[in-house]
Write a protein that binds this ligand. Structure first.
Ligand SMILES: Nc1ncnc2c1ncn2[C@@H]1O[C@H](COP(=O)(O)OP(=O)(O)OP(=O)(O)O)[C@@H](O)[C@H]1O
Ligand SMILES: [Mg+2]
Length: 328
C-alpha cells in the first residue's frame, strides 16, 4: 500500500534584473510595449506542490507515488526525484507540451514580471487513479493537491466513488475556484489542509461555517505560519502545536508542502495527529532555512535531536522508530 500524491509538478525560472523596470517603460507607448531586460542571474528551481511533498516524504524514508503530468523535458527532474525515493513510474508524459513552468524576473526594487505556463499540467485530467493504486498494491490515501482544476475534480470524484480515502489540499487553487468546485473538492475528505487565510477563503466561497466544514471532513489541519499549526476535529478540543524555532529565516516558499510531507509520513507510520503536526513543523523549518523548496538535506541524528529539543525525548522516540533520512 502506498500514498498517492497528486498535484502540480513544475520548475521555477527566476531571473534578477539589476536595474529598474520603470526606467524602461514609456507610459504613452504602452500599447506598443516591447522591452527586453538583460538579467544577470538565472536560477532554476524544482517545484510543484506534488513534487515538493513527494521529495519530503522520500527524505523521511517513505516511497510516495507521484501522480501528475509533465513534458518530455522532465528527464533530469525525474532522475532527481527518483534518487530521493519518489516513485515516478505513474507520471503522465505529454507528447506535445512542456512541463509547467513559472518564469519571473525581479528588478532591484522587487518589482516583478512573471508568467505561469501550465503546459502539460492540463493533461493531468486524463489520469485515472485506480490502475496506479493497483500497480502499487493499493492506496492508503490520495492527496489531491493544487493542479489542473479538472484533474482535481476528477481525482476527488474517483476517490469518492471508489471509496479511496482522500486528503484535500486545494491551496492556491482556492483563489481560482468557485464555491461549487471547492465544495466538491473538500466534501468527504479524510483531512483538509489549509493555511489561515485559505480557511477564511474556504468558508467564504463554500458558504459553509467552520463547523459545517468540520462535519464534512474528518480532520481540518490549519497551518499558522511561524505560529505553528492547529488540528481540529468535530466535537473535540483542537490540538495546537508550536512551530520549530528557525535558526535563520531565508525564504519561506514551499513550507506548506514540507509541512504536509511530515504530517503524512507520521500518518503512514500510524502515529497520532499531534506527532504528525510536530513532524510537519520540523520538516517545514528546514525549508524556511534554505532558498528553494527541495534544497535541504536531512541527517538522521541531527533531525531526531532537533525534534527532541522542541517536542521532548518521548515524542522524538516515536519518530526515531520510523524515520530514515538519507544521511546518518
Ligand atoms: N518562520 C517560520 N519558522 C518556523 N516554522 C515556520 C515558519 N513559517 C512557517 N513555518 C512552518 O510551516 C508550516 C506551514 O506554514 P504556512 O502556514 O505559512 O504555510 P503556507 O501559507 O501554506 O505556505 P506556502 O503556501 O507559502 O508554502 C507552519 O505550520 C510551520 O510549522
Ligand atoms: Mg500553502
Amino acid at each position: 500500500m502506498s500514498l498517492l500524491v497528486t498535484g502540480s509538478i513544475a520548475t521555477d525560472h527566476l531571473m534578477s534584473f539589476p536595474g529598474r523596470f520603470s526606467d524602461s517603460l514609456v507610459v504613452e507607448q504602452l500599447d506598443k510595449l516591447s522591452v527586453s531586460f538583460l538579467v544577470d542571474d538565472l536560477e532554476v528551481r524544482r517545484g510543484g506542490c506534488a513534487a515538493n511533498i513527494c521529495f519530503g516524504l522520500g527524505n523521511l524514508g517513505l516511497r510516495p507515488v507521484l501522480v501528475g503530468a509533465v513534458g518530455e523535458d522532465f528527464v533530469d527532474y525525474r532522475a532527481w526525484l527518483e534518487r530521493h525515493h519518489v516513485d515516478c513510474s505513474s507520471v503522465h508524459v505529454s507528447e506535445t507540451r512542456h512541463t509547467a513552468r513559472f518564469v519571473c524576473t525581479t528588478d532591484k526594487d522587487m518589482a516583478q514580471f512573471a508568467s505561469f505556463y501550465a503546459g502539460a499540467m492540463t493533461e493531468a485530467r486524463e489520469i485515472e487513479l485506480q490502475p496506479i493504486a493497483d500497480r502499487v498494491g493499493g492506496a492508503t490515501y490520495v492527496l489531491v493537491g493544487p493542479n489542473d482544476p479538472e484533474a482535481m475534480r476528477r481525482h476527488t470524484q474517483e476517490c469518492r466513488e471508489r471509496g479511496i480515502p482522500f486528503l484535500a489540499d486545494p491551496s492556491q487553487q482556492l483563489a481560482f475556484g468557485d464555491g461549487e468546485l471547492i465544495r466538491d473538492l473538500i466534501d468527504g475528505a479524510d483531512i483538509l489542509f489549509s493555511n489561515e487565510y485559505e480557511s477564511a477563503l474556504i468558508e467564504k466561497k463554500t458558504g459553509w461555517s467552520a463547523a459545517e466544514v468540520l462535519d464534512r471532513v474528518g480532520t481540518w489541519v490549519v497551518t499558522l505560519g511561524a505560529d505553528g499549526v492547529r488540528v481540529e476535529r468535530s466535537g473535540q478540543e483542537p490540538i495546537v502545536v508550536a512551530a520549530v524555532p528557525e535558526i535563520e529565516k531565508v525564504e519561506p516558499t514551499g513550507v506548506g508542502d514540507a509541512f504536509r510531507a511530515g504530517f503524512l509520513a507520521a500518518l503512514e507510520w500510524g502515529l497520532s495527529h499531534e506527532r504528525a503536526a510536530q513532524l510537519g513543523c520540523l520538516l517545514a523549518v528546514y525549508v524556511v532555512e534554505r532558498v528553494g523548496t527541495q534544497e535541504y538535506t536531512l541527517h538522521q541524528s541531527e533531525f531526531v535531536q532537533r525534534f527532541a529539543d522542541t517536542y521532548g525525548e518521548q515524542a522524538a522516540a516515536e519518530i526515531a522508530a520510523h524515520v530514515k533520512t538519507p544521511r546518518p
